[in-house]
Design a protein around this ligand. Structure first.
Ligand code: MG
Ligand code: MG
Length: 270
């Protein structure tokens, strides 16, 4: 199936959805603390998305109950909000999405609660940086697999981490999950060439141990098989009509971070 190509006007709508997701995640980052139940975070996200004129793309997705996924420690992705209480030292991964006028945004952060041990902090830092390296490698004319190669190359350079293989990034637009699937590993030079108007969600998921995972009895929560802690970061970005990338879910469009990696962000979106 062909990868959806968006016009500038459509990308502007995607930016509205993406910005709402980014703002909601910032609100969650500043609200999260030890003692909170994960469903309290879900309520914060739901009301902020509503206030921003969006609707949730997670709620009801294949039966999922929640506006966000909340995954703690050895839970890596797809955790369901509920009565679990967040504790000091936890790694909490929050995945959030929203729709505005039919266009989707999707992003995720991992947050350390209070005092986090150095190895856990490094896990999160490596995961986040690998996401940016992937976006930086996904410019116009690049092969799709160059993204996953950049993610893997950076993660491997930082130590022994497990990179999840059954889950990855994806195209995004009029649906949350679209073609193509974006691996977080692999060789350069494979897959379609990236074109103006494409939008992709880049989302590395790594652990301090194995890459192997299982799904809990709730049929959603993905945990590492060796109980090692995981991290998950995600941004949705596009290639604008000027051939430059723009990070739809980053508050500054990815300007500061991509500049530090030598990549100029499009001036057509803001
Ligand atoms: Mg997501
Ligand atoms: Mg996603």
């Amino acid at each position: 199936m062909a990868i959806q190509i968006k016009t500038l006007d459509q990308l502007k709508l995607m930016r509205r959805a993406g910005l709402l997701v980014g703002q909601t995640l910032e609100l969650l980052r500043t609200s999260i603390k030890a003692g909170l139940r994960t469903d309290a975070l879900d309520l914060i996200a739901a009301s902020n998305i509503k206030r921003g004129g969006g609707t949730s793309n997670f709620d009801g997705y294949h039966g999922f109950k929640g506006t966000i996924c909340v995954s703690i420690n050895d839970e890596i992705v797809h955790g369901i909000p509920g009565d679990r209480i967040i504790e000091e030292g936890d790694i909490v991964s929050i995945d959030c999405g929203a729709i505005i006028e039919g266009w989707h945004g999707d992003a995720a952060i991992s947050v350390g609660i209070g005092k986090v041990n150095a190895a856990d902090q490094k896990l999160m830092d490596v995961c986040e940086e690998s996401m940016w390296r992937g976006i930086a490698a996904g410019g116009v004319g690049e092969n799709l697999s160059n993204i996953g190669h950049a993610v893997e190359d950076y993660v491997r350079s930082q130590g022994k981490y497990g990179i999840l293989q059954e889950y990855g990034g994806h195209g995004i637009g009029t649906e949350m999950h679209m073609e193509p699937h974006v691996l977080n590993f692999g060789k350069r030079g494979f897959g379609p060439k990236l074109e103006i108007g494409m939008a992709l969600a880049i989302e590395p998921m790594i652990t301090r141990g194995t890459h192997k995972t299982s799904i809990l009895e709730d049929e959603w929560t993905v945990v590492s098989n060796d109980k090692s802690r995981g991290a998950h970061f995600e941004h949705s970005y596009c290639i604008a009509p000027d051939g430059k990338p723009f990070v739809l879910t980053a508050l500054d469009g990815g300007r500061a971070k991509l500049a530090s990696l030598g990549v100029e962000v499009s001036g057509l979106l803001n």
